[in-house]
Design a protein around this ligand. Structure first.
Ligand code: SF4
Length: 157
């Protein structure tokens, strides 16, 4: 069957977070997808040109602002565009993205006050992928993602 899965690089153990850490998740299904070459791994913030380490950032309305007040909206938009192009070229149908990130967050993001308060919304890249019709999950929804993928394979069979 066709179709790829885009996944946040930090979830695959790449040390690309703002603080130089990762968010590795180990799961046999993810390992299986990787062995079957289903996965496309991207860190949108690095793809957008930001370094590691970098200042933490949050969305504030339509902008993305670091904790020191710098406007990094353009880098976040470049990263989203890289992810969008990759998804289009590689026929991505599903994405598994790091929860609550200003790039990757799914359904919930921080409110821009740097006080850990959450509001409804998607990260910049998550929103772009969702707009393309890609099914978007966070790593906290991994069971739902696996179920969706298996249903898709079954429906294709
Ligand atoms: Fe992980 Fe996404 Fe942040 Fe990169 S932009 S560190 S992939 S959450």
């Amino acid at each position: 069957s066709r179709g790829k899965i885009l996944i946040s690089a930090c979830l695959m153990g790449e040390k690309v977070r703002y603080d130089g850490q990762d968010n590795l998740i180990t799961h046999p299904v993810i390992q299986g997808w990787q062995q079957a070459q289903r996965l496309l791994i991207i860190c949108p913030e690095m793809a957008g040109g930001l370094p590691v380490p970098r200042a933490p950032a949050e969305q504030l309305g339509a902008r993305v602002i670091t904790c020191d007040g710098a406007d990094v909206t353009a880098a976040f938009q470049r990263g989203a565009e890289c992810a969008r192009q990759l998804a289009q070229q590689q026929q991505v149908v599903m994405a598994i993205l790091k929860a609550r990130s200003p790039s990757c967050g799914v359904g919930q993001i921080y409110d821009g006050s740097f006080s850990r308060r959450l509001i409804a919304g998607d990260g910049v890249t998550a929103a772009a992928l969702r707009q393309m019709g890609i099914k978007v999950f966070s790593e906290l929804q991994l069971p739902e993602a696996i179920a969706w993928w298996q249903r898709r394979l079954r429906d294709e069979a």
